[in-house]
Design a protein around this ligand. Structure first.
Ligand code: PMP
Length: 423
């Protein structure tokens, strides 16, 4: 058996097939062989067919963006400051944006110093830099069960040993986290960090409860495990109440990841990591070798937006849009699939739905697409690519409330047909 628990025979056959299809196959580094196409990306082609309601992708809804303002502001930016905005910049990111980011994090209760921030190409690149700096092949990373597919892909590419830790409706379960750490350390595993999405989880939709927050942080502190807090959706709670960060509970032991992708626009590709000075310095070195510097133009444009536009009002508008869509999904699930279990998110983009016993989300997908609806099969959110196939992730961020209702109705037909076919 190889480290994935799959038989070597199967591995050899697939390696031979891959070598036949690609003459460069034997030249690739081991880490490149660990890279998988995201299930979400593979779905894009089908999900984008106009007749299919896609409850699959996590594309933010940017209909409300002030395009006229952005057009004027960016053309003024190029005319008046183009020679700076179109030049190479600092490997850590521009100081003025890092200061502005400190203000953006204030609603999370974070008081930060711009020196402790590195600007990255989306929080996705933060994940890559953190992995590059911390992970040797075989090192263990703790993640939630399930976890963000894009993070799993990065950890996999760095040949990490990914271990899932159980969650429930209140998020990560502290006692299970501690048991897992004790067990893995006894087995001699080198646990490098815990990767967690405490707020409006992707794909789970749940939010880590206030009572559990200090417990999770204390456990990481006790066992000397770095905590990576990924928070793309924190400002998108339906109630608008701020969600206190984990970061504040132990700034010396936490890397906090933020992004403008969900609260502004993903196309600028700007995210950041906040953390202890020494780690940030290493991430800057890694960033310089990866990209020299984050894109200067995006940083200038975002800073202009933050300074000259009421960005927080824009976030409130996004929040209302997602709230309405989240409610539409709950109502549709109650109406069309009342016997199933699903999470009831209080923010973010996603609902995690348990399928009836015996249905495999992967097997059902072609039928669902025939019925005119797409979702992501739950196994995409587990490192072994197998666990979780009894769940699906439904996104409510992009389709309209009417499309969501129709999509769930079609899903209920697909499930009914699948059950009839099975039994
Ligand atoms: N983390 C999580 C949990 C996400 O859902 C996403 C986007 N889907 C990202 C990180 C990456 O976002 P970006 O690179 O656009 O900042």
């Amino acid at each position: 058996m190889n480290s994935n628990g799959k038989s070597d025979n199967k591995h050899i056959t697939s390696a031979a097939a891959a070598a036949a299809a690609d003459p460069w196959f034997s030249n690739y580094a081991d880490r490149a062989l660990g890279m998988r196409q995201s299930e979400v990306r593979s779905l894009f082609a089908v999900a984008n067919r106009p007749e299919v309601v896609s409850l699959a992708g996590g594309m933010p809804n940017i209909d409300g963006l002030p395009l006229d303002f952005l057009a004027d502001a960016t053309s003024k930016l190029i005319r008046e400051r183009g020679k700076k905005a179109l030049q190479y910049g600092s490997g850590q990111g521009e100081e003025f944006l890092r200061s502005a980011i400190c203000e953006v994090m204030r609603p999370d209760g974070i008081t930060a110093n711009p020196d402790n921030i590195i600007v990255t190409i989306g929080s996705q690149q933060s994940l890559d830099l953190i992995s590059q700096v911390f992970l040797n092949p075989g090192d263990t990373v703790l993640v939630e069960a399930p976890s963000y597919v894009g993070a799993l892909g990065v950890f996999d590419a760095y040949q990490a040993d990914i271990q899932h830790v159980q969650m429930d409706n209140d998020g990560l379960i502290p006692s299970v986290l501690e048991e897992t750490i004790i067990r893995l350390q006894k087995e001699g595993k080198n646990i490098k960090f815990l990767y967690t999405i405490p707020n409006f989880h992707n794909p789970g939709g749940m939010c880590l409860s206030a009572e559990r927050r200090p417990l999770i942080v204390e456990i990481c502190k006790k066992y000397n495990i770095l905590l990576v807090e990924d928070n793309p959706y924190g400002l998108l709670g339906f109630s608008g109440d701020p969600v206190p960060s984990l970061y504040n509970l132990n700034p010396e032991g936490i890397l906090y990841l933020g992004t403008f992708s969900k609260t502004f626009a993903p196309g600028f590709r700007i995210g950041w990591t906040l953390g202890p000075q020494a780690i940030i310095e290493r991430l800057v070195l890694a960033n310089e070798s990866a990209t020299l510097c984050p894109p200067a133009f995006s940083q200038f444009a975002i800073t202009t937006y933050l300074e000259q536009y009421d960005w927080y009002q824009q976030v409130k508008e996004y929040r209302e849009v997602y709230h309405e869509r989240g409610e539409a999904m709950q109502k549709a699930l109650e109406k069309y699939l009342p016997d199933l279990e699903w999470t009831r998110p209080t923010g973010g983009f996603y609902t995690w739905v348990k399928l009836p016993d015996g249905i495999d989300a992967r097997d059902m997908l072609p039928r669902a697409v025939d019925c005119g609806v797409a979702y992501v099969a739950g196994n995409a959110f587990y490192a072994d690519g197998e666990t979780g196939a009894d769940h699906i992730r439904l996104s409510f961020c992009y389709p309209s409330p009417e499309e969501i209702t129709e999509g769930v109705r079609r899903l209920s037909i697909a499930i009914k047909q699948e059950l009839e076919n099975k039994y």
